[in-house]
Design a protein around this ligand. Sequence first.
Ligand code: AMP
Length: 192
Amino acid sequence: MLNLVLFGPPGAGKGTQALKLAEKYKLMHISTGDILRKEIAGKTELGLKVKSIMDRGELVSDHILIEILQSVLDRHHDVNGFILDGFPRTVPQADALTAMLNGRGERIASVISLEVDDEELIRRLLNRAIEIGRSDDTEEVIRKRLVVYNLQTHPLLDYYKGHGLLKEVHGIGLVEEIFKNLCKSIDAISLK
Ligand code: AMP
């Protein structure tokens, strides 16, 4: 079972790379941002609850995210592993993830952090705003999301370093080049 966390700030390229990695290693891609956006598009009770929080660039509460993840895990037992994109984002989420995987007799194989500096992130997110027009991609909300990342999510790097699970991959350059480096880092785990 190859359970991976793809970690990094908004705009680091997690979504793009997670899709490619899921295909190559036959993993189930779980993007909590995508799950929440689907709820909003479907105007479900959950969607209505989280829309304004997401539009402000803030984090949705841990208990909602943990419930969502548990329900996805519960529905998928026959997989090679998961690639998590956008979860965990806080220490309580990370603790819950370990517990949920323990409950299945599984663990995280590696947390791979895509390293991209703030200037490049803002440039990419502003471009994405023009190309895709996500409602949380305005400049003000982008800056807020980076502040939220630095305050609430960045501490997870030390958390996972402490658990000996962190690997860092340079996240600037061609998509294919970054993908190759991610694969190298994953192949090194699988060979252990
Ligand atoms: P993303 O697509 O991963 O950038 O997520 C978009 C937005 O969804 C975030 O800015 C948060 O508002 C919300 N979100 C996604 N994943 C999480 C999470 N693990 N914890 C809290 N909020 C989340």
